[in-house]
Design a protein around this ligand. Sequence first.
Ligand code: ADP
Length: 264
Amino acid sequence: MELLSLHDISYAYHNLKGETPALSHISFSVSQGEFLAIVGPSGCGKSTLLSMIAGLLLPEEGDLFYKGKYITDCGTGAVMKVGYMLQRDHLFEWRTIYRNVILGLELNHSLTGENLDYVSKLLKDYDLYAFKDKKPSELSGGMRQRAALIRTMAIHPDLFLLDEPFSALDSQTRLNVSADIAQIIRSTDKTAILITHDLSEAITLADRVLVLSRRPARVKCEMPIRFAVDRSDPLRIRSTAEYQLYFNQLWEVLTNEQADAPKG
Ligand code: ADP
């Protein structure tokens, strides 16, 4: 089932110095349970696109649909619950892990018994229950990212928006944590859009990769990603022939894009 679709979306930032076009005639859709990765040159408009899907920005042209309903006028936030994960985990050091992961529920005034049971289950399932009374600084980078994911999951989002959530981790941790988090999202049949500048990460984690052009972003190419082997082992995925093929094809699109850029 189609969850979200964007039709011919364009957007420009306006300030006293003039206008910065960021998105140009973007169209794509995301199915329920799909994991979509978006890659593109730095500064091309990826975060702008995510903000628009989150309902934080309204398109200047084009329409967004959620489950077939027209949502452009009211922003996605009005009809769709979005869970955002950012580069930094934004855990508060003055709160324990437990009090951090219930923060979204607290802000939404939805600290019900059912929701708190769900949080406890998530903490147990993802091996953080024994650490629930610790402070964020007492946890490893990977554990902190899992705590940030639980905080996001606690509010039962319809859609996860992941804006470079692994880039603050060292490369070894990043490989395992990203696979872990993708697996958790996949196993709960949640829908996710991941923004990353790391092509390997996009191919390893996503069901489909969308490549954006340099600014203003247009959709350069969409590539479905399928592997015969289990997705949970990132090293195994990266040693397959399919991975190499996807990487080469997408790399070519991205490097052509950079070569097309005007000089100076
Ligand atoms: P990406 O996430 O791909 O790095 P962004 O979506 O953050 O790119 O930004 C796209 C372009 O829009 C960049 O050139 C950036 O400088 C510009 N931009 C982003 N936010 C603003 C803003 N609030 N005002 C003006 N220009 C902005």
